[in-house]
Design a protein around this ligand. Structure first.
Ligand code: AHG
Length: 280
């Protein structure tokens, strides 16, 4: 696992440099989810693939930017699914973006996840790696420094509601409005990495991306986005569900499957579960 941790650290230093200098232009290619790819996404994907190719313990990689998984080392035991630059459309307005990694053993499924990581590229570059515990690291020049362990409180103050409100189910709107009426504050940038990072570092809250009329399976991808953050929240004392069920138990049929998802501390996730259980 140490070799993977260090490969992510090396990749992140290179990605940071690419973000700092790269022109923001649209390429002609589309990724497998049908979005127009930014050239920067492609460059970040290549950086990570190159670094992971040097790590013998990695059997297979799956990238949000690639249609299919790619086998690297026949004798490796880890399967890594990653989103090289999540929220990349936020780069051109200079908001924070991030990379997300799910490290699986033997196959890509939520129950086989053994570690997860994300890196936030904001005013500072920070890396959160969860294995047994969730640990925050800060990039200082070309070196990483351990900062602290992350633990969520039982209840937070932030509410990050994703999805188009026009298409929310009425009970979902009631749930979100109810939290605001309790004093929760809106914090939503449109980047999953900085939005969840804020909830983790401020002690708790709720991030939701529900099923909506226009996106009945949600938007966020299980292997690259949802499972890694679910693992990180659980290791930090929080929870992640699809409304009713623990999300890491959700089956995956295809590498690019999406699912509705809710991440938060104990109190908020119980609220979600109550509302969704009584409405399904
Ligand atoms: P993309 O990679 O296409 O920019 O998507 C970003 C993701 C995720 O980071 C974020 O939480 C979510 O999309 C935001 O979606 P909405 O704009 O629909 O709220």
């Amino acid at each position: 696992m140490r070799d993977i941790f260090e490969a992510i650290q090396r990749s992140s230093i290179r990605i940071k440099k690419a973000i700092d200098v790269k022109d923001i232009g649209y390429s002609q290619e589309q990724n497998s989810s049908g979005e127009t790819q930014l050239q920067l996404d492609i460059q970040c994907d290549m950086i990570i693939e190159e670094e992971f190719s040097r790590v013998a313990s990695i059997h297979t990689i799956a990238s949000e930017e690639k249609e299919h998984a790619v086998e690297l080392h026949d004798s490796g035991k880890y399967y890594i699914a990653y989103d090289p630059l999540d929220g990349s459309s936020l780069v051109d307005v200079n908001l924070s973006v991030g990379s997300i990694y799910g490290i699986y053993e033997k196959s890509f499924s939520g129950t086989h996840l053994v570690a997860a990581c994300y890196v936030v590229f904001g005013p500072r570059v920070e890396m959160v790696f969860a294995h047994n515990k969730t640990k925050l690291h800060l990039l200082q020049g070309d070196h990483w420094e351990f900062v602290k362990e992350i633990r969520l409180n039982n209840k937070g103050k932030l509410n990050a509601p994703g999805g188009t409100q026009q298409h929310w189910a009425p009970y979902h709107k009631t749930l979100i409005d109810g939290l605001f009426q309790e004093g929760y504050r809106l914090r939503y940038s449109g980047g999953m990495v900085p939005d969840l990072h804020q909830i983790l570092l401020k002690g708790g809250g709720l991030f939701s991306y529900p099923a909506t009329a226009d996106k009945p399976n949600g938007k966020l991808r299980l292997l690259f986005e949802v499972f890694p953050f679910a693992f990180i929240f659980e290791k930090s004392g929080g929870h992640a569900i699809d409304g009713v069920t623990r999300i890491l138990e959700r089956p995956v049929a295809h590498v690019h499957d999406t699912a509705p998802c809710f991440f938060g501390s104990e109190y908020e996730i119980e609220r979600v579960r109550d509302v969704y259980t009584s409405n399904q």
